[in-house]
Structures are given as structure tokens and as C-alpha cells.
Design a protein around this ligand. Structure first.
Ligand code: ZN
Length: 462
């Protein structure tokens, strides 16, 4: 892969400096030495040299040529002596570094690997700030664009349709995106609303009936999840007013542990959070159920919540969510002992139970046969273990070093195929999003083209 890299060097010396310690020749020599250390070959027309130009201006012939070349996408890496050869002012350095990075060019500074001096740290921070600003600008523009579209009743912004509807895209719908009712699914939606609104069934019972009637979910699963049915009953789209802005991204709170099968470090720092219904923007769509039935169902749901005896949720047990099942990998949750199970006696303990052992969560078939365990006993056992650790700090130090060693050995083990594939998928998703923003008119052509070119090149390089 290294031979395929298209590289260049850039050198600059101002007229006053020529007399001093660093001449243009010594700079070029250092750059060429580094290129050969990296086992790369430099083509003759890839030496960009501004001899006798001040770093205070960006109008330098070789720099212009370098930027032109980078903009065409014909460059992968440029070697430069130090950031101040690029420009004297930080703002210009940031501008150039940002421009080159956006064109997919990697910059290698010889004498000052980024992050070794206070100056470089500052540069890095400023770069970060600018990148942050750019991202914020695009996101804000996109957010405001979508909000505006939602206000004017465009279904575009909803980008997907709930069960019961089919989403007709802008090109397929002759310039206007819309929801189209899928009659077989709509019939099931009406039935679910009637079961709850008229027959006052619980959501659990709705799920069981759907399963008994052999009615699959949209993704073809036989078992309906309670949360899915609950979300359907709350979705105002079915009465003809699809809601835009039901969720919002915000920084994630600290996690107890990684999700099952997930990575230790989440890829995104943000999660989705619910927005109060008063802030939603309504987009008119064809209704599937009448308004009176929809309202009745909302009243029924409110009543169910009041009646539910297990209304107290959240962290009531010390280890819930922290203990993970060794057999199936799901977390344990705390479950109180019902009066009936305790034969009328009140218990002052509860049970930790593996999520995988609840049949109802997996369509009537439990995944895990691990037994539940009394909260008081497990809490006690874990606390004893913690006490022992606290008495013997050397044990923690040894374990810490062992893990550090492990991590270093893994790091030295060459490129990880899975990681490469993840990276590739990430790039493709990024491209998809970028194309979406462009086709939806969120960003203009001048912004779109260099970014998409950079994406394409990065995908090719993988
Ligand atoms: Zn389990």
C-alpha cells in the first residue's frame, strides 16, 4: 500500500532567514531524508519550494501549486519541516491544515511532531476548535433546515414510516415525499387500538394475541415486543399527525458497563433522548385510526400506569445492571418478591434475575437457565470481595499491570481486520449521510464536492 501513496514535500525560507542557520537546501535535504526513511519515492514534480517568501502571506507560488494539487485529490501525504514553514500565523496554519485534511492529505511535520511543545498543543487545540465549529455549523444548518421543512408540512424530514405506512421517497413520489397506507398493516394497527381502547386489554395481552393470530412484525418476527406496541399506541401519526423531533441527541451519561456484545468504548459520545410532546412539530399524514379512539387509548394507557403495582422503576437494587450473566451475557435486574410468591408474607429481600431467563422478552422462550439469586446474599458476597481488595492494594496494582501488558501485546499484533471493516462501514455511512444532506439541499455543492472526494479516497485506501 505504501508504494501507492502520492507524496510531496513543501519547504519555505524567508529572505531574512537565508543568511541564518537554516537554508532552503538544508530544509529540502531533511525532508528528502525523511521520505527515504519512510521508504517512499518522491517524484521530481512533487517538490514545492518557496524560496525567500514570508510566512505572513498565503500568496506564495509553490504553496498555491500544492493547494491546487491537493484540491484535485491527487495527493495523499505532504512532508513539511514544521508548522511555521506552512504559515507564521496560527489562523493561517489552521486554515491550511484544515484544507489539506479535507482534501484527504496527511501532513507530516519533521521537527515538531504535533503535541511536543506548548505551541503545537495550541495549534492542535485551535484545529480542534475549528473542526468543532465546522461540524456545529453543518449540524445547525441541517437541524434548522429540517425544522423549517417539518413546519411547512414536508414528510421528507421523517425519512421513515411507522408500521402501517410505506414511505414514498421524493424521487418516487414525483418530487414530494409522502406516507402511503399499507392496508394489511393498517388493519392490524386498527385492531391493536381497538383491543386497548375498546376491550381494555393490557399491552402484554395484545402481544400474546398478535402472536397467536400468527401476525408477524414488520421485520418478520413472530413475537411482538411490548415496547413496540406501546410506542405504536403513543404514535400520533396514526391519527394523521406524524411528529417530528420526538428525540434529541445529547451527551450520554456514564454507563454502568458495556451493553451485551458491545464495545467497551461507545463509538458515539451522544445518545437519543425523548423530547416532551409539547415541543413536537406535526406533519400531516393519512390517518389510520379516528381521533376519538386515539384519545381513548391515551386515557387507557394513563390509567394502566396508575394501576400498575410496579410503578417504581430505576436503580432500587445495589447491583442491578452491574452484574452480568456468565452464561448468556445479559445483565441481572432486581425483581421484588410478589406477595403471592411469598405466600402472603412480606420479604425484606428481592432477587437478582438474568434478563435472558425471562421468556416474555424473547417471544415466550427463555434463553438462559441460570438461577436467580437473593439480593441480600449477593450484595453481601460482593461487598466481602471489595473489602478484601481494599485491604490488599498490591492485588489491584498487579492486575492493572497485567491488563496493561495485555493491551500492549494486542496493540503490537498488527492491523485488526474487524477494526478495518468497522472503519470502512463508518466511512460508507458518512458518505451516505453527506449525500443525503446534499440531495436534501442542506449543504451546497462547494461544500459537498471536496468532502465526498475525500471520503471516496479514504474508502479506496482501505
Ligand atoms: Zn443468563
Amino acid at each position: 500500500m505504501q508504494q501507492l501513496l502520492r507524496i510531496a514535500i513543501y519547504a519555505r525560507v524567508s529572505s531574512e532567514q537565508q543568511a541564518g542557520e537554516s537554508t532552503i537546501a538544508s530544509q529540502v535535504e531533511a525532508l528528502e531524508a525523511r521520505v527515504s526513511t519512510d521508504e517512499l519515492a518522491l517524484l521530481p514534480d512533487c517538490r514545492f519550494i518557496d524560496d525567500g517568501y514570508s510566512g505572513a502571506t498565503l500568496l506564495r507560488p509553490a504553496l498555491e501549486q500544492l493547494r491546487d494539487l491537493a484540491a484535485t485529490g491527487a495527493l495523499d501525504r505532504v512532508y513539511i519541516h514544521s508548522p511555521d514553514r506552512l504559515a507564521r500565523r496560527y489562523a493561517y496554519q489552521v486554515l491550511l491544515i484544515d484544507e489539506l485534511h479535507r482534501a484527504g492529505v496527511e501532513i507530516i511535520f519533521l521537527n515538531r511532531p504535533i503535541g511536543t511543545s506548548a505551541e503545537d498543543d495550541l495549534l492542535l487545540q485551535v484545529q480542534g476548535m475549528v473542526a468543532e465549529y465546522e461540524r456545529a455549523k453543518i449540524m445547525e444548518r441541517s437541524r434548522r433546515g429540517k425544522r423549517h421543512a417539518a413546519r411547512s408540512g414536508s414528510v421528507n424530514v421523517l425519512s421513515g414510516a411507522p408500521y402501517g405506512y410505506r414511505y414514498i421517497t421524493k424521487p418516487d413520489g414525483g418530487g414530494i415525499a409522502r406516507y402511503e397506507v399499507v392496508e394489511e398493516e393498517a388493519q392490524i394497527v386498527r385492531t391493536i387500538f381497538e383491543w386497548v381502547g375498546r376491550d381494555r386489554l393490557s399491552i402484554g395481552e395484545v402481544c400474546r394475541r398478535l402472536r397467536r393470530q400468527g401476525c408477524p412484525t414488520r421485520s418478520g418476527k413472530a413475537a411482538w415486543d411490548r415496547t413496540t406496541v406501546w410506542a405504536m399506541l403513543k404514535n400520533p401519526a396514526y391519527r394523521g399527525e406524524a411528529a417530528f423531533g420526538k428525540t434529541r441527541t445529547a451527551p450520554r451519561p456514564t454507563r454502568l458497563r458495556p451493553v451485551r456484545g458491545g464495545s467497551e468504548h461507545p463509538r458515539r459520545a451522544c445518545g437519543l433522548f425523548d423530547v416532551p410532546a409539547t415541543e413536537w412539530i406535526c406533519v400531516p399524514v393519512p390517518a389510520i385510526v379516528g381521533n376519538p379512539l386515539f384519545e381513548t387509548v391515551q386515557d387507557q394507557l394513563a390509567e394502566n400506569r396508575q394501576r400498575s403495582r410496579q410503578s417504581a422503576r430505576g436503580a432500587r437494587y445495589l447491583l442491578q445492571g452491574l452484574v452480568v450473566c456468565r452464561m448468556c451475557g445479559y445483565a441481572y435486574y432486581g425483581k421484588p418478591v410478589s406477595l403471592r410468591a411469598a405466600k402472603g408474607k412480606r420479604r425484606d429481600y428481592a432477587y437478582y434475575r438474568c434478563c435472558g431467563s425471562d421468556a416474555y422478552r424473547f417471544g415466550g422462550q427463555r434463553l438462559c437457565l441460570n438461577a436467580q439469586i437473593r439480593t441480600d446474599r449477593l450484595d453481601e458476597a460482593v461487598w466481602r470481595e471489595v473489602e478484601q481488595l481494599l485491604r490488599d492494594p498490591a492485588r489491584i496494582a498487579t492486575e492493572y499491570e497485567r491488563r496493561l501488558d495485555d493491551a500492549q501485546r494486542r496493540g503490537a499484533g498488527g492491523p485488526d481486520l474487524a477494526a478495518a471493516e468497522t472503519q470502512l462501514a463508518k466511512l460508507r455511512r458518512g458518505m451516505g449521510r453527506l449525500i443525503d444532506s446534499y440531495t436534501e439541499g442542506m449543504i451546497d455543492r462547494t461544500e459537498f464536492e471536496p468532502r465526498i472526494a475525500s471520503f471516496r479516497r479514504r474508502v479506496q485506501d482501505w
